[in-house]
Ligand binder design. Structure first.
Ligand code: PEP
Ligand code: MG
Length: 424
């Protein structure tokens, strides 16, 4: 038995066989056996991580990943216990192991007593989850004094919808559509995108589905986009910048989303906004595509909401102006922290400096919420900070209307909200 400690990324408990993943050497066969796998790898790209969702992966153990890296975010969405800061030993390959995400520990070839102890712990955890579900399913997320904080879920792939429904989320607050592009060998067609969006929107019934247009770039790279290597990709050619620069790709996605709006409650959302001008350009493109669809006799929701992510200090500071142009704001605290504190969210060496509780971030959140409300618009958070239970009460006091979090966090936060007493 070997016990290795790392830094926890996502809690939970899983058992499986370690697969030491070396992307340069091999490709995992995604239609492989149903054996429960623990992926152990030095690094994982978002594209690789999302593809693990297709096989029976149960946990991640990595050497390099920060708490707001896309690998970490995906592990939370998938509800895979995950640990970082672990030096991977190739000899672990195929060995049975336990990943204890609560304590940031991986145990390779556990002895009988350890195995039994963790099996009991897992049963207890399952019971706790069930109790949470029994107590809070189908309840609204309102405080004792009547303040409501909607609890939505973030998703990365259409198959995540099962977790959204199982955890009784009140909507989808950020469908990160770029992962469908990462999981494709070429640009998805309008029809492919439309079918995927329609399925999700239909399954969510009358609940809101916020679809974010692709946030490609930085570490989310699809080869067929042919993006150049950049010195500072987080500050580079990404997200809405690509969308506006390559209207043919962007409009294909816009048409697919607009068409899906005929089947439920769709909100369109744009990432990485920095200016009024960008919003004007996007809205012009949306109008053009709506007019074309109308001419073609294709139905859609004329009143579909359009909102923006507040991920840059620029957007936060001019949120008074932006609020007049859009229907809602969703604050992307992962990037907002990165750009406000000038700290690369991907660099583990800077983890101790990456502080989303920084006063500058909290003041910006307040400013954005106030500016939204002055114009009668709603404001939420879809970055990882939204799931920080130590701030839930403060978020209610700040007037946030919505938090969008990993599906497994929804009921935990609903419990906090329902037990909270917020005085006016
Ligand atoms: C964010 O930046 O907070 C966000 C939600 O977007 P992503 O993490 O996908 O960059
Ligand atoms: Mg972001």
């Amino acid at each position: 038995m070997e016990r290795v400690t790392g830094i926890k990324i996502h809690n939970g408990l899983s058992f499986g066989y370690i697969h030491v993943y070396e992307p340069q050497k091999e490709q995992l066969n995604y239609s492989e056996s149903q054996k429960p796998l623990i992926i152990a790898s030095e690094n994982l790209t978002p594209g690789e991580t999302v593809r693990f969702g297709k096989i029976s992966v149960k946990a991640l153990v990595v050497t390099n990943a920060t708490s707001t890296s896309h690998t970490a975010i995906l592990s939370r969405t998938m509800d895979w216990p995950a640990i970082t800061g672990v030096k991977i030993n190739p000899k672990w390959h195929n060995k049975m192991a336990i990943v204890d995400g609560y304590n940031g520990v991986v145990i390779i070839e556990p002895d009988e007593a350890t195995l039994r102890c963790y099996q009991i712990k897992q049963v207890e955890e399952e019971q706790k989850k069930q109790q949470l579900l029994n107590a809070y399913k189908n309840k609204r997320s309102v405080t004792n004094s009547g303040k409501e904080l909607k609890l939505y879920a973030n998703i990365s792939t259409p198959s995540d919808i099962h977790k959204v429904i199982a955890n009784d989320a009140e909507g989808i607050g950020n469908f990160k559509t770029e992962f469908m592009y990462l999981d494709s060998l070429d640009y998805p067609t309008e029809e492919e995108l439309f079918r995927a969006y329609k399925k999700i929107v239909t399954q969510m019934g009358d609940k809101r589905v916020v679809i974010r247009t692709f946030d490609i770039g930085t570490d989310k790279i699809a080869d067929y986009f042919g993006l150049d290597k950049e010195e500072n990709p987080a500050l580079g050619y990404r997200a809405i910048r690509i969308g506006l620069d390559r209207p043919e790709v962007f409009e294909t996605q816009l048409r697919a989303i607009i068409r899906a709006s005929a089947f439920g409650k769709v909100s369109l959302m744009y990432p990485m906004i920095v200016s009024v001008d960008e919003v004007l350009k996007i809205k012009k493109l949306v109008r053009k595509n709506m007019d074309e669809l109308k001419k073609e006799g294709i139905p859609f929701d004329e009143n579909m909401e359009q909102g923006i992510m507040i991920e840059t200090p620029a957007a936060a500071i001019i949120s008074d102006k932006l609020a007049e142009m859009v229907d809602f704001f969703s604050i992307g605290t992962n990037d907002l922290t990165q750009y406000t504190l000038a700290i690369d969210r991907q660099n583990e060496k800077l983890d101790e400096f990456y502080n989303p509780h920084h006063e500058a971030i909290l003041r910006m959140i307040q400013m954005v919420v106030d500016n939204a409300h002055k114009c009668g618009k709603w404001a939420g958070i879809c970055g990882e900070l939204g799931a920080d239970a130590t701030l839930t009460e403060q978020f209610v006091r700040m007037g946030l209307d919505e938090l969008s979090v990993a599906p497994s966090m929804v009921l935990k936060l609903r419990k906090i909200v329902r037990e909270m007493k917020v005085e006016e």
